[in-house]
Design a protein around this ligand. Sequence first.
Ligand code: AMP
Length: 397
Amino acid sequence: MKTLKDFSFKGKRALIRVDFNVPLNTTKEVTDATRIEAALPTISYILRQGGSVVLMSHLGRPSGGYEADYSLSHIVSTLSGLLGKAVEFAGDCIGEQSYSVTNNLGEGKVVLLENLRFHNEEKKGDSAFAEKLSKHGDIYINDAFGTAHRAHASTAIIASFFEGNSCFGLLMQKELESVRKVMQNSAKPFTAIIGGAKVSSKISIIQNLMDKLDNLIIGGGMSYTFVKAMGGRVGDSLVEDKYLEEAKAILNIAEDKGVRILIPEDSIIADAFDNNANRKTVDSSEIPDGWMGLDIGANAIEHYTKCIEESKTILWNGPMGVFEMDNFQAGTKKVAYSVVSATERGAYSLVGGGDSVAAINKYDLKEHVSYVSTGGGALLELIEGKELPGVAAIENF
Ligand code: AMP
C-alpha cells in the first residue's frame, strides 16, 4: 500500500482529496464535524514535514454550477479552528484565480478549493478537468474513503497525472487495513452480524462472506425474509418476496460450507410501527396477521451475544431492530455491548455502514470497538469484494 511514509513532503504541495461533505444548518454552520476531524491527521502530518496542503472536496448535490448554499467557504472557519491555523479559500477549484492561490505556496500553508461539484466534469470523471485539478499539487493524496467507490475526476481519474507521486492518506490507510484485517486475515471464529431493513441491500455482502465466515448472525427487518423462506408465518413484518429464493440459497450454501446461521428464534412484535404500539414476544415463525417483528427476542439475544463473545473477528453492519424506538432497541443495544466485550477479550471488531454506526454512537461505544468505518457505500462495496476506483487508481499509478 502506498502511504504517506513513502514520500518526503518538505517543500512540496500535497493535493489532498478529502471528504468534507458535512451537514450544515440553515445558517450554514457545520453541525457535525466528524468528517473534517477524520482528515486532520493527514493534513497535520504533511504540515509537520514542512509541506503545504491544498484540499479539495465536494459538498452536497449542486446541479453543476455555482450555488452559494453549497459553497465550501461555509466550512473554512470550522476547519481553521480544528487545525489551529488560518485556511485560505480559493473561489473555484480550477482556473487562473485558483492557480494564483496555490502556486508558490509557502511551507505550512493550507488552501481549500471550492466545491468540485460546481463543475459537471467532476462526477463524469472527465480527464481534462482532472488534469486541471492536478496543477494544484506535486503529490496527490486520496483520503476520501466515503467517495472511493466513485470513479470521479478528483477521486480516481486524477491519479494518472501523478505517476509515482500518489498515495493514500492516513484515514484511507486505516479504512483499508481494517477491511483487509477482516476479509483477508481474520482470526477465527469469524462472525458477521448483518441486520437492517432490507435483505436486498445486503445480499451481495452475505454471498461474498460465505467462504470466510464461521457464523452469520441475521437480525433486523431482513430476518423475516429468511423466516418466511423457511416456511414461517411472519404476519405484517417487513418481507421482500422477490428475495425468498436468494434467502433459501444462502441457507443451503451455509449448510454446504459449514457456516452456522443464526436467525432470531423469537421476536418482539408490535401491532403498529410505533414506539407506543402494543407489543409481545413470540416465536419468529408464528407472527399473527396485523403484527410485525420490530426487534429480536430474549432467546435470540442470549444466543447471539454468546456467539459474538466467543468470536475473534467481528464484522457488524445493520441494527437488530428498530433501535431508534426505545421499546425496540434492546437487541441492538445488547449486541453492541457484546461486540464491546468480545473486543475487550482481544477480538478485532469492525463496525460499518450506516445505521450500525449510528447505534454504536447512540450507546457511546465508539471508543470501545476496534474500528468504526467512516464509509457507507464504499465500505459495503469493499465487503462485497468489489474493487473501488479510488483505491485502484492509487495502486495503478
Ligand atoms: P439499513 O439501512 O438497511 O441498515 O437499515 C436500517 C434501518 O432498518 C433502521 O432505520 C431500522 O429502524 C430498520 N429496521 C431494523 N429492524 C427492522 C424491522 N424489524 N422492521 C423494520 N425496520 C427495521
